[in-house]
Every structure is written in structure tokens, then in C-alpha cells.
Design a protein around this ligand. Structure first.
Ligand SMILES: [Zn+2]
Length: 137
């Protein structure tokens, strides 16, 4: 089965990388809900969070605050949402488990539904900026 996140992990598909280690990668969402919308993705393919071991879930979520801190610094966002969708009915678009971190800006309201189409150049710059704020996980 073709999986875009597995392709990104394997280096077959480009993405704007914020962070990577032996078990996870963190990338910018190509179709962000808000500027800086990021995805924490385990390298190993599993569809849903219920398919992961407890340790794998712990490891996955341990990345979230570190990424969020860097995102807040890099974007100047006022807050952020964490999202984790499981199954089509829950609006999981890519069937490879991942956690959304969505920066929120007081002045921009809360447009859950709208998405932008980000420009590669802008995403590239932002990824570099966020990487500079990343602490070790
Ligand atoms: Zn996959």
C-alpha cells in the first residue's frame, strides 16, 4: 500500500523537515490549517494510535511539547491545538498515525475549516526557522 508518510520517511517524497531522530520525523503540513501547522510522525507505519504500543505512544507525544515550544517561538503564535485523528470518520486523511500541532493566533480567529496552500519557499524558510528553536528531545 502506498503511504505518503512512509515515502517521506524513506526519502522518496519531499517534505519540509523540522526534526528527525531514529523513531520520528516532524514536518510542516503542506495544507496548513494555520501558519506553522506541523505533524509529528513515527517512522514505523501504523494506521491508528490504537495500533501502537504504550511506549510508542509515550515516545510520540514526548515530542509534542518540544516541537510546540519551537513553533511558538518561531511563529509568534499565541497558542496551539494538538490534534490526533483516527479513521476516516474522524477526518484522518493519511492512514499513518500522526499528531497535529496547530499554532493559533488571536488576531486570526479560529478557522478550523479553512486551509491555505503554502508556498514551498515559505515552508522551507519556516522549517529552518523552527529547527533553530528545537531543543533536544
Ligand atoms: Zn506509512
Amino acid at each position: 500500500m502506498k503511504c505518503i508518510f512512509c515515502d517521506i520517511v524513506a526519502g522518496k517524497q519531499e517534505a519540509h523537515l523540522i526534526y528527525e531522530d531514529k523513531t520520528h520525523i516532524v514536518i510542516l503540513d503542506k495544507y496548513p490549517i494555520q501558519w506553522g501547522h506541523s505533524l509529528v510522525i513515527p517512522r514505523e507505519h501504523h494506521e491508528k494510535i490504537i495500533d501502537l504500543s504504550t511506549d510508542a505512544v509515550s515516545s510520540l507525544f514526548s515530542k509534542v511539547p518540544v516541537v510546540a515550544r519551537a513553533l511558538l517561538k518561531a511563529t509568534g503564535a499565541d497558542g496551539f491545538n494538538i490534534g490526533q485523528n483516527n479513521g476516516k470518520a474522524a477526518n484522518q486523511i493519511i492512514p499513518h498515525v500522526h499528531v497535529h500541532i496547530i499554532p493559533r493566533y488571536e488576531k486570526m480567529g479560529n478557522p478550523w475549516k479553512r486551509r491555505m496552500i503554502a508556498k514551498d519557499e515559505e515552508l522551507k524558510e519556516l522549517a529552518i526557522r523552527i529547527r533553530n528553536f528545537m531543543e533536544s528531545i
